[in-house]
Design a protein around this ligand. Sequence first.
Ligand code: ZN
Ligand code: ZN
Length: 756
Amino acid sequence: MARQARPFLRNSHTILLHSLNPITASIQQAQQAHGHILKTGLSSHTHLTTKLLSLYAHLLRFSDAALLLDSLADPDAFSFSTLISACSKSGLFGQSLCLFRRMLSLGLPPDSFIFPSTLKACAGLSAIDTGRQVHGLAWASGFNSDCFVQSSLVHMYVKCDEMWDAHRVFDGMMEPNVVSWSAMVAGYARQGLVDEAIRLFDRMQDSGVEPNLVSWNGLISGFNHNRHSSESVAVLKKMHMQGFKPDETSISSVLPAVGDLEDLATGKQIHGYVIKQGYGSDACVVSALVDMYGKCQCTTEMLQLFDEMVGIDVGSCNALVAGLSHNGLVDDALRVFRQFKDGGIELNVVSWTSIVASCAQNGKDIEALELFREMQLVGVKPNLVTIPCLLPACANIAALIHGKAVHGFSLRRVILDDVYIGSALIDMYAKCGRIGDAQRVFDGMPSRNVVSWNAIMGGYAMHGKGKEAMELFSLMEQSGQKPDFISFTCVLSACSQTGLTEEGFRYFNNMSREYGIMARMEHYACMVSLLSRAGKLEEASAMIKEMPFEPDACIWGALLSSCRVHGNVSLGEKAAESLFKLEPRNAGNYVLLSNIYAAKGMWDGVDRVREMMKCMGLRKNPGCSWIEMKNKVHTLLAGDTSHPQMTQILERLGRLNMEMKKLGYLPNTNFVLQDVEEQEKEHILCRHSEKLAIGLGLLNTPPRSPLRVIKNLRICGDCHVAIKFISSFEEREIFVRDTNRFHHFKNGVCSCGDYW
Ligand code: ZN
Ligand code: ZN
């Protein structure tokens, strides 16, 4: 044994060196060599240890490498340099910087090789302060005119969006190479400085430096990043014309821009090019094509492309779901999403967020909430984008418990400081009837923008609290935040909900005079409803005539509903006539006109409207209400009998009806469209969805606890009377949000003062 070992020891140096060939060596060989070095004390052999270090780095065994480095009696700069460069190459930027600091603390002077790897790490971490220190050190060590150091500095500054510093270093370069030129061009393009980027690109060519694929792609994706879509497409065309062959990166960078421009012709040309070049197997290219067809509303082409795909990845799935949602095909989006999920495709936070958003934006609020729950069950963590997508769904159906859960979730993840999440929370609490909670979120926001101010003012407007909205408006002005057109919509609608006619006019006039904001359709709609709610129907009608543009359905709708409240038949007929032209298939308008006739006992008018509806095959939009109980949202439809507790609900409502009659309340049968017997009318009134929801709430919640109901239509007058009674008889606070506003019933009165 001993005799055999001796020649090995003697020659061990050479043999070891040989075994450390980075191309052929395995991890086992490296570790054997490491053990041997430790045992035999060869660790003072710098050449050998450096070789092993670089082998470890090559094999991505960074912890072993660090152990080896620690065991060296006095490591040299080269050992550090080897490891720093390997770490930066593998994206371990934090480790690179740690090693760099350790090297400096050992008093080892950095060489010109270390700076590029260290600067790469600074760029990777966007650590601009450290980057500047390294720059200073390079200058002090006399390496600031080394072309590799310079080009790394340019790259680092560009990556940190410090174009001024980047340009300064760039100008000091003797002969910048194509890499530095490209970095500068891409930097300007990413910042949306179109002219600068193009001028620099031309200068590069003038100075005799041929642009390469990286230069072109930097321009294309930079412009696209900044939504300079036409510039992005123009660069691709120019590139093609100058004889450069766009590669997969060029194609997948330009397609989003083509989609944004809805330039189908160019999109199809690019698709043809993709087929010709054989790029069809590149996952990024195919997802980008799917996305482009989706944005161009070509769902057939999109689906066909997807079906022909060889390997489906999560990127293309996301593009397909987004494309379907974008074209309003939410049901299809949901179906394919389920297929992907069940098919074992690993869906990520982008996939889940996009389907949650798509449901929330298309009135599928309950589905959005369920998907959110499912997403957490499968262990996908929501991000900053998911939360603001979800909160509107909670708000729409007043799912306060769900909304609070999302709020709690944001608190735990410390993402509450995000101004958009804060604003979405304000909106959610306001729409769930909790204006106090909305105000608390608003007060706790570390910074606010116009969206947050609008959210809280809109909240007060919805609750009919005009004074509070006006106070907030002046607070906003005092804080230096400039109001935008939505701020004015909020404050004007607050004035109109509360009947503050004079104040409303003041805001309306100041809007253009002081803020240079031209009145839009929604502002006129607020003014028309402000006037007509106050009973000034003729003035409202005059305002419609004087408007600088054709009034839309919102304007006529505001007039028509006020005509119902004030019983004005002739103006009501005029408004209805315009509405029938603008939205011939909206049953709600016919019902409103019919209600006006019914209230005046003009039954021939009622018949005529019913005949019109019948001719057009229109049916009254079924009333629908939601109530959240025990963490579940229940949906009730008018006249629905399918709910398992329906018998008890009707019995409870019937008993309340008797009590009401004893106290002299009369059911207001004007609100029944059908011309039926009085007894039967009363029966129909009992089955309005908001009453059913309240009945369900009374049955299933503790006595005297508040109830929150949302209705998809305007609350009916009879239900309004009945709910006022219920609030005092049952001693409950009842919140009903209809399409227009909030009604807060307490002790037999409503916050709207019967003015809605
Ligand atoms: Zn009703
Ligand atoms: Zn009310």
